[in-house]
Design a protein around this ligand. Structure first.
Ligand SMILES: [Zn+2]
Ligand SMILES: [Zn+2]
Length: 291
């Protein structure tokens, strides 16, 4: 069993990297992909613990990108996530520097977001959120504070009302375009995969057009298995993978207590359980594409 899409507390998960390794072993996983948002810190911190217990660790990252070159003023677009697997180790200086600029932009976003929340009569501080996101405060951490302080009753409500890309307190953040995200992963030696396509607004022919555009930009994979995918979604994305010669990838998108319904290595009710041979196939197809 494997899980190739997980988050630690170095981005917006709640689990420390070493604890995630221990949990993975307890779940019987043979390989674990840590795909924190815009940072390799979780992966790097998990290294020694994984080596000590013989768990295969996969160097991954998840980038937030904007789908369109041109931005419509005043309209916040939903970010599209791109996963990168098997990045060069150590990462290139360019990639590391670029990741740092993304983290700086996230910090600026947090300050703007809290200002906007205050304007809406919601008074929380960065220090409140830092209790949950010690290393990099993300929106799930802010959501937990909103719950604690009684402004909302669930994390989902915090996103729906305030934090989601189209919600009341949404603020613009500097993000690369989808094409740039794919190129950055490629230049860093990684294999790119379109994350949880179920969250895209495109369906059917529109989705085909988007995938075609991304394949031309160098996209190599698509996340077929994910906690939010129904069996019908999985079948649709597997078909897209076949049609466009993309490598199917998959994982639970585990975030610990920040997304309590998702179980590491399992997803929701076992919908993201993958055997080790899935990873071997990914690697094989990746090797073929590189030659
Ligand atoms: Zn994502
Ligand atoms: Zn994720």
């Amino acid at each position: 069993m494997i899980d190739l899409h997980t988050h630690t507390d170095r981005s917006d998960g709640s689990t420390a990297p070493e604890d995630l390794v221990r949990q993975a072993v307890a779940e019987g996983l043979q390989a674990l992909g840590i795909a924190d948002h815009d940072t390799l810190a979780g992966y790097e911190a998990a290294g020694p613990a994984a080596a000590a217990c013989g768990l295969e660790l996969i160097c991954a990252v998840e980038l937030s990108t904007r789908p369109n070159e041109c931005r419509q003023p005043g309209k916040r677009e939903r970010s599209v996530h791109v996963l990168g697997y098997w990045l060069l180790e150590p990462p290139t200086t360019e990639f590391r520097c670029w990741l740092e600029t993304q983290q700086a932009s996230r910090r600026r976003r947090n300050v703007d977001l809290l200002t906007k929340l205050r304007e809406l009569g919601v008074s929380i501080t960065l220090e409140d959120a830092e209790v949950y996101g010690r290393n990099q405060v993300g929106r799930p951490h802010i959501a937990r504070v909103l719950c604690d302080k009684g402004y909302v009753s669930t994390i989902q409500e915090a996103f729906d009302v305030y934090l989601a890309d189209e919600a009341k307190a949404a603020v613009e953040r500097d993000e690369p375009t989808l094409e740039e995200g794919i190129r950055l992963i490629q230049e860093s030696g990684g294999m790119s995969s379109l994350a949880h396509p179920v969250r895209l607004p495109q369906r059917g022919a529109d989705l085909f057009r988007l995938v075609q555009r991304l394949v031309e930009a160098g996209l190599q994979g698509i996340e077929v298995h994910h906690s939010e995918h129904s069996p019908a979604d999985c079948a649709e994305y597997a078909e897209i993978a076949r049609r466009f010669d993309l490598i199917p990838t998959g994982g639970s998108d585990f975030h610990g207590d920040n997304k309590p319904g998702i179980r590491l290595g399992h997803g929701i009710n076992g919908n993201a359980m993958l055997p080790y041979s899935f990873l071997e196939q990914m690697w094989e197809q990746c090797t073929v594409k590189r030659h």
